[in-house]
Design a protein around this ligand. Structure first.
Ligand code: FES
Length: 139
């Protein structure tokens, strides 16, 4: 461990992952406080620009979590999000940013435990990658 505390921006769907975070809180399931949650009405509403902006502003990692395939309230929003995240991972790699800094997960409203585990695992992974290299460029 290098003592670096990662800052992670999380985009959560209102109908599933955001409720899972709420359930984790109500059930007193702990997860690291490194995550700043932004609620979306659907991951399909997540513009790739929001993710790039998060990295440009120094986020060390971005976590996107939405409804399981087949459960999206807008039918295909999560599938569009999956396609965008996959495309962005390639773009990040070309920009010299490790694509592991961006992760997409499916987490339903009843999966508070899963969400806490995903956050713990992601924080550890991003911590092992060190600080966002764009921080040095912007410093
Ligand atoms: Fe949850 Fe679309 S409504 S991902």
């Amino acid at each position: 461990m290098n003592g670096h505390e990662p800052r992670i921006i999380a985009f959560f769907c209102n109908f599933c992952s955001y409720l899972a975070a709420d359930m984790a809180g109500v059930s007193r399931i702990q997860y690291p406080p490194n995550v700043r949650i932004i609620r979306l009405m659907c991951t399909g509403r997540l513009s790739p620009l929001y993710i790039l902006e998060a990295f440009a502003r120094g986020a060390d990692g971005v976590l996107v979590a939405g409804c399981h395939p087949g459960d999206c309230h807008f039918i295909k929003g999560n599938l569009y999000a999956r396609r965008r995240v996959s495309m962005l991972k390639k773009l990040l790699e070309m920009m010299g940013i490790d694509p592991r800094r961006l992760r997409l997960e499916w987490v339903s409203a009843s999966e508070g435990n899963k969400l806490a585990n995903v956050i713990k695992e992601f924080v550890e992974e991003v911590r092992s990658l060190g600080a966002n290299p764009l921080k040095e460029v912007n410093a």
